[in-house]
Ligand binder design. Structure first.
Ligand SMILES: Cc1cc2nc3c(=O)[nH]c(=O)nc-3n(C[C@H](O)[C@H](O)[C@H](O)COP(=O)(O)O)c2cc1C
Length: 244
């Protein structure tokens, strides 16, 4: 039975800041996951990822981070709200992988010193998750006024409330991760190449398709880049799944 399969759901601690409160939150989440059957987890601290800052994206992939993302069935991202957005380093690290994330579930946890519980950082992360090929669940975790939530040793003061909230969140994340794991294994994509990794270009692009006289809804642009001449060519094609 698929529900008996164990899942690996790492927790990404999304800030390197000294004195970060998000560390307490991430550790609480890891501790809670460990109480569940058939779940494995690991804390992925972005502070420990040696990442270049003079480049971006897949060329600066960290092999360990990539392997962990590849192995993951789902993810939890603990993101503090910085000026209503996400920490730059979190995005920089996430951007180094792509195919590792495809068709995997992600649950988002917002942390803030303000009273909105990081809802704005979560909203800002949603389109990023989609572009990375991750499937967001419809429960979030919110830790507002975080400075008041933990004692000096980093223990959550009102554990029952957060255990209850996390239980719903985890049920949903486990369900979504299980279904997607099943899908990745059992549901074949007839012509994998046509739907494969998000290359940011091979996607329906209604504006250009219409300009080229093609039916926008059924059109994918095949983009080729001639490395010798530098010419970039976009050709509308009918997706392979719809050709038959
Ligand atoms: C650069 C920066 C910007 C911040 N912007 C916000 C904000 O927009 N809203 C908010 O509620 N808290 C904001 N905070 C406070 C954080 O939410 C607070 O530090 C909280 O503890 C979570 O972040 P931490 O894990 O770094 O501690 C900001 C903190 C920093 C360092």
């Amino acid at each position: 039975m698929m529900s008996d399969v164990s899942l690996f759901i790492p927790v990404i601690l999304g800030t390197p800041r000294k004195g970060r409160q998000s560390e307490h939150v991430a550790k609480f989440i890891v501790e809670q996951i460990a109480t569940r059957d058939r779940l494995e987890t690991e804390l992925v601290d972005i502070r420990n990822i040696a990442i270049a800052t003079d480049d971006a994206g897949e060329p600066i992939k960290d092999p360990q981070f990539s392997a962990t993302m590849e192995q993951a069935d789902g993810l939890i991202i603990v993101a503090p709200e910085y000026n209503h957005g996400y920490p730059g380093l979190l995005k920089h690290v996430l951007d180094t992988c792509l195919k590792e994330y495809i068709h995997k579930a992600v649950g988002l946890c917002g942390v803030s010193s303000g009273s909105f519980g990081g809802t704005r950082v979560i909203q800002n992360l949603l389109p990023v998750m989609r572009e990375l090929g991750l499937m967001t669940i419809f429960y979030d975790l919110n830790f507002s006024n975080v400075q008041q939530l933990f004692d000096e040793s980093g223990n959550l003061i009102d554990k029952p409330t957060y255990i209850r909230r996390m239980s719903k969140f985890m049920d949903e994340l486990v369900w979504m991760s299980t279904v997607l794991k099943y899908g990745r294994r059992e549901v074949s994509l007839e012509k994998k190449d046509s739907i494969e990794v998000n290359t940011h270009a091979n996607k329906p692009c209604p504006e250009i398709a219409t300009r080229m006289g093609a039916d926008a809804m059924d059109t994918v642009l095949e983009v080729s880049n001639n490395t010798q001449t530098g010419e970039i060519k976009a050709t509308p094609v009918i997706p392979i799944l719809q050709r038959e």
